[in-house]
Structures are given as structure tokens and as C-alpha cells.
Design a protein around this ligand. Sequence first.
Ligand code: SME
Length: 153
Amino acid sequence: MSKAVTYGEVIPRIDALVRGETDPVALMATIACELYHAFEYFDWVGFYRNIGDDTLKIGPYQGVHGCLTIPFSRGVCGQCALTRTPQIAPDVSRLDYHIACSSTTQSEIVVPVFSAGDDLVAVLDIDSDQLDMFDTEDELQLQEIVSVFRMID
Ligand code: SME
């Protein structure tokens, strides 16, 4: 099944599940679960929450355990939080700042999550056990999915 078709199925499902929900943990848990089960090559899907002091803390996720704390100065997640822009790593072994939570991760995408006030709430991190699995289509679709957090102050 093509990526576009899978997003076309999972986005309405997420919309229906979270309609009217404003609790950030409920939103993160539902989005992580739906994405993880929708794509066979998504090996880890989860959120790292911005807890202030340039620090990210693990939030709801699916997959093997993730590291608990990531400073903005480290990792693909930290780079996303620092720059407030999506990050795509086609081959994580080529990035010296990548944090290897799982030895199976080969490629990764991280998108920022913003509130109504344009504050950075969290980052959405997706890892694949295959190389070069993410592109601008994922970037756009995932940004669309996390735009639900724009409803929250
Ligand atoms: N690889 C991430 C760390 C989080 S785990 O992959 C779940 C990073 O480099 O920021």
C-alpha cells in the first residue's frame, strides 16, 4: 500500500478518535498508537514533551523503551526542538548527534508540535528499521496530524 493511501486512511481515523479532545496526553497516546499500527516500517513512534529549560522528556509512545530525557543540544529530537523545524535523517549512522535508543533504528523523522500560542509543546519522533523511509510527504502529513495541538492554549 502506498504511503499516501495509508495516510489517507489513518488521518480520518485519528480525526474521528480525537475530535473535541484537548488533553495533550490523550492526544499524544492516540496519535502514537494509530501511526505505529498503520505503517509496518514504523518501528518506534512517540512524543518527547518540552518541559522547559531546553529539555525534552519522554511522553506517550509505542515501541521499545525510549530514553527518558533529551536536552535540546542532543539528538535529532533536540535539533528539531532547537530549530522548531522538521528533521529527516535518511541514515542515522551518518549523524554524529543522533541518539541511538534502539540499535535497529536506521532512519528517522521528527516534527515539532505547537500550541495555539505557537509554543513548542513537544516533538513527534518516528523511527524506522529501514533506511531512507521518510520524505517531505511524511513531513507534511505528520505536521497536519499534530496541528490538532494548535487547538490547545
Ligand atoms: N533517536 C532520537 C532519540 C529518541 S529515540 O530514537 C526513541 C534522537 O536522536 O533524538
